[in-house]
Design a protein around this ligand. Structure first.
Ligand code: ATP
Ligand code: MG
Length: 386
């Protein structure tokens, strides 16, 4: 057990690292981030930020020897970096979890091997592979890079009726590297389930959240959902089984597609707290970030119980289009709270912060969070485009 007062390390300096640090600092830990950029969100909340290259293993190991435990906030950290650190200090979740989940082809193989339902897919390593995969899976389909994707980056949809030229264009856009072609799932809704698992195998599962994406980036998350108890139970059970099968010690999130005929298909696994779980900060007995602290430190898990219906809306760089948003107006909306990540440059598609709202009903919570964003930013995203 690592008691308060000890020093926790976090690999990566993004907003998930910042919110982890907030939770850990509150509980009396020292937090040090390891990042490849100095001006990162975690820098505002950590006691120290080590800035350097993730492939400098000697540097990483020197830092690791001064820490009591290390976690990560970003799955695109090279697995070799996590393994080097793990030689000096415990890393949770283990580098093996990172290895499986940071690469779509390995993650899909894990899902298939364990019998977790997911979209039909093929691994694609050449132009010829892509043509064969399209013939096998059909169109529309979505081509994704196996590694380094996030927020829909490294993805290309191939429309139904596309000929050879469009298929070649998709390969030219993303190749030559390992890719995965997935059948396009005409889902009813997308949901995700955050869960925490302790070293002793205890699991705390949060209320599934209903997620709306725009341009492949999460726009809103809300919980509880009004989906059928069967679907919710299936999503929760699958999440718990995945954490157990991966031997996760820490927090992870499983994203699902729910199809019109009631199938609950795994989209992907994030081996860390998740954007859809940010509403747990204000709405749950224990936030997903506090669970991350508890699990990696060997403390008892907290209750994931949600106290009020809640919703979260992301604040992307687009919200700064008309200048600095009017935050006082936003936080006047009942039940609304603001969390900004401290990023200086509001680029389009960049996650700059989020608003959460709690209310008597989930519909009111979502409406209030959207209203707060609208009055602050004059931002009303256009309809979903594929
Ligand atoms: P993030 O890390 O933000 O979750 P990502 O880049 O890893 O994103 P995915 O989760 O694979 O990307 O895809 C982003 C979104 O694109 C999904 O949440 C979904 O809305 C849409 N999408 C991805 N794959 C499919 C699919 N096979 N069928 C239908 N929609 C899809
Ligand atoms: Mg995703």
């Amino acid at each position: 057990m690592i008691p308060p007062g000890k020093t926790l390390g976090v690999l990566g300096g993004g907003q998930l690292g910042a919110m982890f640090a907030m939770a850990a600092k509150r509980m009396g830990y020292r937090v040090e981030a390891i990042s490849d950029v100095a001006d990162c969100p975690a820098a505002h909340h950590c006691d120290r930020v080590h800035v350097g290259a993730y492939d400098n293993h000697e540097w990483l190991m020197d830092i690791a020897r001064t820490l009591d435990v290390v976690t990560f906030e970003f799955e695109n950290i090279p697995v070799a970096a996590a393994r080097a650190i793990a030689e000096c200090v415990p890393v949770y979740p283990s580098p093996e979890v990172l290895y499986t989940t940071q690469d779509r082809s390995r993650e899909k193989a894990f899902l298939v091997q364990h019998g977790f339902a997911c979209a039909p897919h093929r691994v694609v390593c050449s132009r010829a592979d892509l043509h064969a995969a399209v013939a096998a899976i059909g169109l529309p389909a979505i081509l994704k890079t196996a590694a380094s994707g996030y927020d829909g980056k490294g993805q290309k949809r191939i429309e139904s009726g596309s000929g050879s030229q469009a298929i070649d264009a998709a390969w030219d856009a993303l190749g030559p590297k390992e890719l995965v072609l997935e059948a396009w799932i005409d889902f009813d809704v997308e949901i995700s389930v955050v869960a925490a698992r302790s070293e002793t195998g205890e699991i705390a599962v949060y209320e599934p959240s209903l997620n709306i994406h725009r341009h492949h980036i999460l726009d809103t998350a809300s919980a509880p959902t009004n989906l059928s108890p069967r679907i919710l139970a299936a999503a929760r059970a699958t999440t718990a089984k995945i954490l157990t099968a991966l031997s996760v010690v820490g927090v992870a999130c499983v994203e699902f597609f729910v199809t019109p005929d009631g199938q609950v298909l795994v989209n992907e696994i994030a081996p860390r707290p998740h954007n859809s779980g940010h509403l747990t900060i204000d709405a749950c007995e224990t936030s997903q970030f506090e669970q991350q602290v508890r699990t990696i430190c060997g403390l008892p898990l907290g209750s994931p119980r949600q106290l009020m219906p809640a919703a979260m809306v992301n604040l992307l760089g687009e919200c700064w289009e008309h200048g600095e948003p009017n935050w006082p107006l936003a936080i006047c909306v009942p039940g609304v709270r603001l969390l900004l990540y401290g990023k200086s440059e509001p680029r389009v598609g960049r996650k700059m912060g989020h608003l959460t709202a709690s209310a008597a009903t989930v519909e009111d919570a979502l409406a209030n969070a959207l209203h707060a964003r609208q009055v602050a930013c004059h931002y009303s995203p256009s309809a979903e485009t594929p």
